[in-house]
Design a protein around this ligand. Structure first.
Ligand SMILES: Nc1nc2c(c(=O)[nH]1)N[C@H]1C(S)=C(S)[C@@H](COP(=O)(O)OP(=O)(O)OC[C@H]3O[C@@H](n4cnc5c(N)ncnc54)[C@H](O)[C@@H]3O)O[C@H]1N2
Ligand code: MOO
Length: 401
């Protein structure tokens, strides 16, 4: 059996950035991945400006608190200041450009203005409350790196630099193949012995959450031709295919032969993890296919821990492995088994590390734990851990974005 870390590293290593890129307008950039470094074309701030509403002056003109100076100008943000005359003050506001000749700003709480004159009540210190030109970003400096997924902070940087578009990698196209005669789409009546297809919407929204294009969905009945046709169609249209179910040892596990008959090369692993033992990575026409276990909780865990790093790599992202956190187990009975166990847990923040409570139902067929969990806590293979043990855990919010 392959150990979990090796399986994760192999899938992560298959995630190579695309060669193509496209230019996208700012209002459609959220969630996209930068294809080139972004270089600052402006100093920010573009000129020294005030961090406070107050008065600009020469510190040397108001050494003694109680000094009174005439107010030369009222200069609002966006207006050009006059050069400051000796022995005078200029009224300004947060963001106003500092007048030539001024070397400090005294905030208005430390001043009293009366009849065109301002009394400075506090000692004035050179340089105070001045935001210097270029202290945030300097022209020529790389401000965003290729492979960054763009969110609110990055869009603000682009906009502040005047960029109304940016080069990004194309959205990754993912195809999802579900298999099984027992599966009926939601919304249709359920015959005896059937269940609704929950993996299709689950995997589609997991992909969308990572920023892929809307996934293409196909369902194949347990039939060799249908499975082969659906697989070929998805492989042709998509950068990555995820199949789910039908890849283990059962008599109707048809995905493996379908891949082989299409000329795919297949690496099938039993990964030492629970949930999620059977996982396969195949290559078909130069594009990856990953086969996930059919049990919904197993498919979810394998997607989160093994497939999401592959997807991030294929999207061109720099950081493909999100952070692993630490927490304290809070469990009524000892946990652990022969495989690395990934327990669905809720995390409660206390004084120190968060306390991690496992869901009472940890079966790989029981969906209710997925809708409830904040993350997956890792119990290493062979360990038997009691309440109070410190463990690694992966937050859904880190690993599914
Ligand atoms: N004799 C053995 N049996 C099984 C083994 C084994 O090693 N020896 N491994 C078990 C483990 S662990 C898993 S995980 C499953 C994996 O089986 P498959 O990946 O081949 O998946 P299926 O058999 O097709 O389905 C398993 C289970 O999941 C349900 N399922 C499948 N697709 C969906 C879907 N789209 N939506 C909802 N539910 C789905 C399916 O009905 C089955 O109940 O094999 C074990 N058996
Ligand atoms: O290992 Mo299987 O993936 O639990 O259900």
């Amino acid at each position: 059996m392959l150990d979990f870390d090796t399986a994760q590293a192999r899938l992560a290593a298959r995630g190579r950035a695309p060669a193509a890129h496209e230019t996208v307008a700012l209002d459609a950039l959220c969630g996209r991945v930068l294809a080139k470094d972004i270089v600052a074309v402006l100093d920010l701030p573009p000129a020294d400006n005030s961090a406070m509403d107050g008065y600009a002056l020469r510190a040397a003109d108001a050494v003694v608190p109680g000094t009174t100076l005439p107010v030369q100008q009222r200069c609002f943000a966006g207006q050009a200041p006059e050069p400051l005359l000796p022995g005078q003050a200029i009224r300004l506001f947060t963001g106003s450009v500092i007048p030539a000749g001024a070397d400090t700003v005294v905030m208005q709480e430390d001043c009293r203005e009366d009849d065109g004159r301002v009394t400075i009540l506090a000692p004035s210190v050179p340089g105070r409350h001045i935001r210097r030109q270029g202290e945030d970003m300097q022209r020529g400096q790389a401000v965003l790196a290729r492979g960054t997924r763009l969110g609110a902070g990055q869009l603000a940087v682009l906009a502040a630099q005047g960029y109304d578009r940016a080069p990004v990698f194309p959205r990754l196209k993912v195809g999802i193949l579900t298999t099984g005669d027992e599966l009926i789409p939601p919304g249709q009546p359920l015959p005896p012995a059937a269940i609704h297809n929950s993996n299709a919407p689950m995997l589609a929204s997991l992909c969308s959450g990572l920023g892929t294009a809307v996934p293409m969905l196909r369902h194949a009945r347990d039939d060799a031709d249908a499975t082969r046709r659906a697989l070929a169609e998805l492989n042709e249209a998509c950068d990555l295919v995820l199949s789910v179910g039908g890849a283990s040892v059962g008599e109707k596990d048809l995905v493996k032969p379908a891949l082989e008959s299409l000329g795919g090369t297949l690496d099938l692993w039993k990964v030492r993890m629970k949930p999620g033992k059977p996982v396969a990575l195949a290559e078909l026409n130069g594009r990856p296919v990953v086969c996930l276990p059919g049990n919904p909780v197993s498919a979810f865990a394998v997607f989160m821990l093994l497939v999401s790093p592959l997807i991030r790599g294929l999207q061109g992202r720099r950081d493909v492995l999100p952070p692993v956190r630490r927490g304290i187990l809070d469990t009524l009975r000892p946990v652990g088994g022969e495989r690395d166990d990934f327990l669905r847990v809720q995390a409660a923040q206390g004084a120190g590390l968060p306390r991690l409570t496992p869901h009472s139902q940890q079966s790989s067929g029981a969906l209710s734990s997925l809708a409830w969990a904040h993350g997956l806590a890792r119990i290493p293979a062979g360990a038997r851990l009691e309440s109070g043990a410190e463990v690694d855990w992966m937050a859904l919010s880190d690993w599914l974005s």
